[in-house]
Design a protein around this ligand. Structure first.
Ligand SMILES: Nc1nc2c(c(=O)[nH]1)N[C@H]1C(S)=C(S)[C@@H](COP(=O)(O)OP(=O)(O)OC[C@H]3O[C@@H](n4cnc5c(N)ncnc54)[C@H](O)[C@@H]3O)O[C@H]1N2
Ligand code: MOO
Length: 408
């Protein structure tokens, strides 16, 4: 077992135990948002599939319309119309025009379009006040070329990518199976919201906060319930879990006599590392239980969320084969001081705001109370300010911040 790792060492070691999931599922487009694409996708079609018009107007031969102005309109003979999806059945000859509507295939023989605003109708005659131009034609395959790969394995399906997959002709998409993440809480004092709170009790916040972070990172939560501070109960819960890709526990990893997750792994499983030089979350544990990687999150509500975000989230990204980074880092100007955490790296909760005039383009202030028991701070924070060992940050200094909330 290794102890007192730096955050970078801990993350590196952790990721060596993350085996990317190879099983794929097929989901309909409506269910694809946020899923990770399991294969490269090539377009099944050209889009557009033929030259078409980008405007409502008239298609004609450019050569016939040269020099047209309001004072000296060019007159063409209207021979029919082509709404979108209904190609014009004949050829446009010299001196002729066809009424076209946005998206309609360009009629054969025509090589230019004039916008309807630049025209007037006089029975079967169209008056053009400007020359027809090829600029308003969208060439075949301008967007997508059949056989070209536009979406790649490991990409997360955003609204734009779901739309693109539809445009390429796919009704269903191959996606990576969601990692099954077991979540177990420990502590005799922990009770479910809705129950009466006994003296010294605390509502089970970690089940819901960490569970939400797991889902946000693309995992599926398998809640394993609460094990009291009792080893046999804990083992029974773990045994009932079914197949899992990652086990998370909350609590029971620090120094107390009741810190049973750590002892259980030490005696009957494996511990890869225990304790990382960070605040909050120093007692973080990583090991293995019956072949399943186990991340033992410290029980303090802030610590369990922060350590999941910094370590559990990158682990899930690796399992999912995601090609995007698990979090974004920005530079920001400190609006409040941030204290040091001695020889540890601090990840203090901050409120980050867009500030185009500031170096880095952001400013950040502390949420105030940085105690690991103050969960209010996580509800307010949208970033973690990184303070390297032994360094404190004064007002006006530039710091690095990890973005917690995707909407920022
Ligand atoms: N002598 C030492 N004591 C402690 C140390 C240390 O180094 N030496 N480290 C402290 C740090 S840092 C942390 S973090 C905690 C971590 O302790 P555990 O992981 O063993 O967690 P617990 O003791 O079980 O709980 C800590 C705290 O969090 C509350 N909690 C637990 N589970 C939940 C939950 N599901 N929902 C809401 N709140 C929860 C629990 O009631 C405790 O107040 O250890 C320090 N001690
Ligand atoms: O580091 Mo503990 O995680 O402060 O509360």
């Amino acid at each position: 077992m290794r102890q007192n790792l730096t955050p970078d060492e801990a993350l590196e070691l952790l990721l060596t135990h993350a085996e990317p999931i190879t099983e794929l599922e097929t989901v309909p487009l409506e269910a694809a948002l946020g899923r990770v694409l399991g294969a490269d996708l090539a377009s099944q079609v050209d889009h557009p599939d033929c030259d078409n018009t980008a405007v409502d107007g008239y298609a004609a031969r450019a050569a016939d319309t040269q020099g047209a102005t309001r004072e000296r309109p060019v007159r063409l003979r209207l021979i029919g119309e082509a709404p979108a999806g209904r190609p014009f059945p004949a050829r446009v000859g010299p001196g002729e025009a066809v009424a076209v509507y946005t998206g309609a295939p360009l009629p054969e023989g025509a090589d230019a379009v004039v916008r309807v605003e630049e025209t007037a109708r006089d029975g079967d005659t169209v008056l053009l006040f400007a020359p027809a131009s090829p600029k308003d034609i969208r060439p075949r395959a301008e967007d997508l070329e059949q056989g070209q790969v536009y979406l790649r394995k490991g990409e997360v399906l955003s609204p734009g990518k779901v739309g693109l997959a539809a445009a390429m002709g796919y009704p269903r998409l191959p996606v990576v199976r969601r990692p099954r993440v077991g979540l177990l809480v420990t502590g005799d004092e922990v009770v479910e919201p809705g129950e009466a709170l006994p003296y010294g009790g605390v509502y089970n916040a970690n089940r819901y906060s960490v569970g939400a972070l797991v889902r946000e990172a693309g995992g599926e939560v398998v809640y394993l319930g609460k094990a009291g501070d009792d080893r046999e109960a804990l083992k029974a819960r773990l045994a009932a879990a079914g197949p899992l890709d990652l086990l998370l526990t909350s609590g029971g990893v620090s120094m107390g006599a009741y810190d049973l997750v750590r002892r259980l792994l030490e005696e009957e499983g494996r511990v890869h590392f225990w304790r990382v030089s960070i605040r909050p979350g120093g007692p973080l544990l990583f090991g293995e239980w019956r072949g399943v990687p186990l991340l033992g999150l410290p029980g303090n509500p802030v610590s369990s969320m922060v350590t999941f975000f910094l370590f559990g989230r990158p682990f899930l990204f690796r399992l999912l084969g995601r090609v995007d980074a698990p979090y974004r880092r920005v530079r920001a100007v400190a609006e409040t001081p941030f204290k040091d955490a001695g020889a540890r790296t601090a990840f203090w909760r901050g409120v980050l705001e867009y500030a185009p005039e500031a170096p880095g383009g952001f400013r950040v202030r502390s949420v105030g109370n940085q105690s690991s028991g103050v969960l209010r701070s996580m509800s307010e924070a949208n970033a973690l300010v990184v303070v390297p060992p032994g360094r404190r940050v004064g007002v006006g200094e530039v710091v690095e911040a990890i973005v917690l909330r995707p909407e920022l």
